[in-house]
Design a protein. Structure first.
Length: 394
């Protein structure tokens, strides 16, 4: 496992941001047609506490958050398109992905089954929505920005969780105790398995993820099942093993931390054209957005092509803004300095701190802060510039 220095990572990140082709984003319709957006609750997002069998966990999450989830589904083109795809040309593809998910993680399929029961919708409808990335229905690729510091045994990881603004006011936190006994805390999207948003577990294993735009999708395990499984990892090594398991359907970037050991890993995984991955143990200062940065994953050779991902304007703009801010103002030395970087509005509407503008509906839904050796998460509810934050301990 290669250790990547601060200077190497920054230099390489900036070169990619400055020199790669951009994938333009399409809007989700005019702002006059766009409805259903809420506000962050005055006291922050709700926290629910659930335990039991995997089926019971899903059922209780669905029951507790039914209004938020069904409200999201009512307005979401992603959900509507998922069902249309399932009932049309995608029936066989989704069926195959379901078989892969059930073979690898039957207990997580049970969680979805319990949630579907509470939501009073067919299991396959909910499963299809949990394959929304794989079936390429996102009109506007989401994006998240991650900044970390690693100095000796000290690790600070701060992550802006970005998504469609329909999620505003419908996100929630879940403290989950599954049959394994590995209690975890996660920031959860309505209708999705926990794991796509930031989370940590009883053993101090932290996961945050960065969406990667692929060229093609493979027939395999949907990405949300893998990120959910990592939340129960007993060790950093097990988390890596899950992140890099074979038969993945979609690329992903995982920020994985062991708070007790003071270790931070950047894990980039691809699904097509091959099941490739690369792991870097980070030292010093670190930034990641939503395109591959590891030299082993960028490829190119003489042609300059990127075989595993397609960088897009939101990701490259945020990387440029953050890299330039560090070059001009120096590296932050604490959480406050990192939050200031992730609160920047330069480059709007693709700034690190994202706010919806016009036909661009990307928004920072929350900002999670983790510091070794504490087994806790500080969550800024909504944009980090709002400064509404709460601390949660396992």
């Amino acid at each position: 496992m290669k250790k990547y220095s601060r200077r190497e990572f920054l230099e390489f990140s900036f070169a990619i941001a400055a020199g790669t082709a951009l994938l333009p984003l399409s809007g989700c319709g005019s702002s006059s047609e766009y409805k259903g957006v809420l506000e962050v609750p005055e006291g922050g997002y709700p926290l629910i506490d659930v335990a039991g069998s995997h089926y019971e966990i899903g059922r209780r999450i669905g029951a507790a958050m039914k209004e938020s989830i069904t409200g999201y589904f009512e307005y979401s083109e992603e959900y509507t398109n998922s069902i249309e795809y399932l009932e049309g040309v995608g029936k066989e593809i989704i069926g195959s992905m379901f078989s892969h998910a059930r073979a690898a993680f039957p207990h997580l399929v049970e969680e979805l089954e319990g949630m579907a029961k509470s939501l009073e919708i067919p299991l396959m409808n909910l499963f299809a929505f949990n394959c929304r990335s794989e079936i390429k229905i996102l009109k506007e690729p989401p994006g998240c920005s991650t900044i970390a510091l690693k100095n000796g045994d000290r690790v600070i990881l701060v992550h802006n969780e970005d998504g469609n603004d329909l999620n505003i006011g419908r996100m929630f936190l879940a403290m989950v105790t599954p049959p394994s006994g590995m209690t975890f805390l996660a920031f959860v999207y309505p209708g999705l398995l926990p794991g796509n948003g930031p989370g940590l577990n009883l053993n101090g294993i932290v996961e945050t993820t960065n969406y990667i735009q692929p060229r093609r999708v493979a027939d395999g395990i949907p990405r949300y099942f893998i990120s959910r499984a990592i939340l129960e990892a007993e060790s950093l090594e097990e988390a890596v093993s899950l992140a890099t398991m074979k038969d993945r359907a979609f690329p992903f970037h995982h920020n994985l931390v062991s708070l007790g050991e003071g270790r931070l890993l950047s894990v980039e995984t691809a699904a097509y054209p091959e099941q490739k991955h690369d792991i870097l143990e980070i030292e010093g200062f670190y930034v990641h957005t939503n395109h591959f940065l590891h030299p082993a994953m960028v490829g190119g050779g003489e042609t300059g092509e990127r075989p595993y991902d397609v960088p897009y304007i939101s990701s490259t703009t945020r990387m440029e803004v953050l890299t330039r801010a560090v070059e001009n103002g120096g590296e932050p030395s604490d959480v406050k300095g990192i939050i200031e970087l992730l609160s920047l509005h330069e480059g709007r509407p693709y700034s690190p701190c994202r706010h919806p503008e016009g036909d661009v509906h990307g928004s920072t839904l929350g900002t999670a802060v983790f510091q070794s050796p504490e087994k806790s998460m500080v969550l800024f509810h909504g944009n980090p510039c709002s400064r509404l934050r709460r601390k949660y301990e396992i």
